[in-house]
Design a protein around this ligand. Structure first.
Ligand code: SF4
Length: 406
């Protein structure tokens, strides 16, 4: 049985490294143009080169999203961009628009093409069409159930990628005009303003100043607000269905989110491949609990079992991070036996801290001493990216993450 790839989002270089160190087999990222996450940091060509070198050293892959629905004016710069991506020898491009696909095939014929979920592939005829157009992998629409996924795999010899975790759109896959209509920021050009997460009121035509509440509860109503997808317990079913790649949404999320989700799904995949038996309830609840420690809405299993009413979070379950991203381990001083940390959020003495290691270990830690770079004892690491040291008797690997349990 082939091991499916675990593909994590990389909104910037730090997240790329975190995802790959914490168990992802590959990352997907956007360049400064042509990608559907205009508000993620995204990668300059220089950063892309650096990210690719990092991935190559540990035998992992990098896919580049070129998944806008292009207008004529966007086409002009695409040939040079594709030629450069081919020169870099990236592992694949992710495309939605047939015109962009045509340019990719013309100017970067050696780069494998994945068709983005934005293309809304829901049946085997569409899958076959994209195969004939030269795609080697398709990301299926999120609206498919497990039987449909299996059937597409049986009928078409093409790699299938399925979203297993992350935010969902209320609209049919990504076909959403809400953001463009309300804010003039097009979701299909990478600038979604997420109006589906807003709170709505009813206004009667002749009383434009009067906003009538629609109350699900005392916080209002969020009728368009989707829950977040979480399919960790379906990993065995998806592997058995022949899915080649598991994808996680979230290029705007934090490195803590990326590390936690990569860790959990990598463990779930490996556990099934090693044991070939269903997960225990304890395993599933441990993973779900771990996934809930990072900022998220309530979870849904989406459409994987068919039509479901458990998709909208009409009560607007608040995104409550139960852990906070405090810092990253960047070294260990053998002489002083201190962990070297680069700060990401204010943290200090006596707080309930955990270290999450790339191998998936969680180490509880109450900080009793904290040093700055001049070896002064301090109470808190307050400054952005401040370098601090915590005494600890064992070597903690680089890239480990410090999180505060709230
Ligand atoms: S407004 Fe909401 S449903 Fe529409 S594209 Fe943006 S996130 Fe998706």
């Amino acid at each position: 049985m082939l091991k499916p790839e675990l593909v994590l989002p990389a909104g910037n270089l730090e997240k790329l490294k975190t995802a790959l160190m914490f168990g992802a087999d590959a990352v997907y990222l956007g360049g400064k143009n042509f990608s559907l996450r205009a508000h993620a940091d995204n990668f300059s060509l220089h950063e892309l080169d650096e990210g690719l070198k990092f991935a190559r050293e540990i035998n992992k892959k990098v896919y580049v999203t070129v998944n806008i629905y292009a207008h004529n004016k966007d086409l002009e710069k695409l040939p040079t961009y594709f030629e450069y991506l081919q020169y870099l020898d990236i592992d694949g491009v992710i495309i939605s628009d047939p015109g962009v696909l045509r340019l990719a095939k013309k100017y970067a014929p050696k780069i494998p093409v994945t068709i983005s979920t934005q293309a809304n592939i829901t049946n085997y005829e569409s899958a076959q069409l994209y195969k004939e157009l030269g795609a080697s992998r398709i990301v299926l629409a999120r609206e498919l159930n497990i039987k449909e996924i299996k059937q597409i795999k049986q009928k078409v010899d093409i790699e299938l990628e399925v979203f297993v975790h992350g935010a969902m759109c209320v609209s049919y896959s990504g076909r959403c005009l809400l953001s463009h209509f309300m804010t003039n920021r097009s979701a299909n050009l990478g600038s979604c303003a997420h109006p589906c997460r807003y709170s709505y009121r009813v206004v009667e035509e002749k009383r434009p100043e009067e906003y009538y509440p629609i109350e699900e509860d005392d916080r209002g109503s969020y009728i368009l607000n989707s829950k977040d997808l979480c399919l960790v317990e379906y990993v065995p079913n998806l592997i058995e269905a022949g899915v080649n790649s598991f994808k996680v949404e979230g290029r705007m999320k934090s490195p803590l989110y990326v590390a936690t989700v990569a860790n959990v799904y990598a463990e779930a995949i490996n556990k099934y491949l090693n044991n070939k038996c269903a997960y225990t309830d304890q395993e599933v609840s441990y993973w779900i609990n771990e996934l809930q420690t990072v900022a998220t809405r309530p979870f849904t299993n989406g459409f994987i079992e068919g039509e479901s009413e458990n998709i909208q979070d009409i009560k607007k379950g608040k995104e409550v991070p139960r852990t906070a991203f405090c810092g990253v381990v960047i070294g260990y001083d053998l002489n002083t036996k201190r962990i070297q940390i680069q700060q990401r959020a204010n943290f200090g003495l006596e707080e309930n801290i955990e270290i999450l290691t790339p191998e998936g270990k969680t180490i509880p830690l109450i900080i009793s001493k904290l040093y700055d770079e001049e070896d002064n004892l301090i109470e808190r690491a307050r400054h952005p990216k401040q370098i601090v040291y915590i005494p600890y008797n064992e070597i903690i690997p680089n890239f480990s993450i410090l999180r505060r349990v709230e």
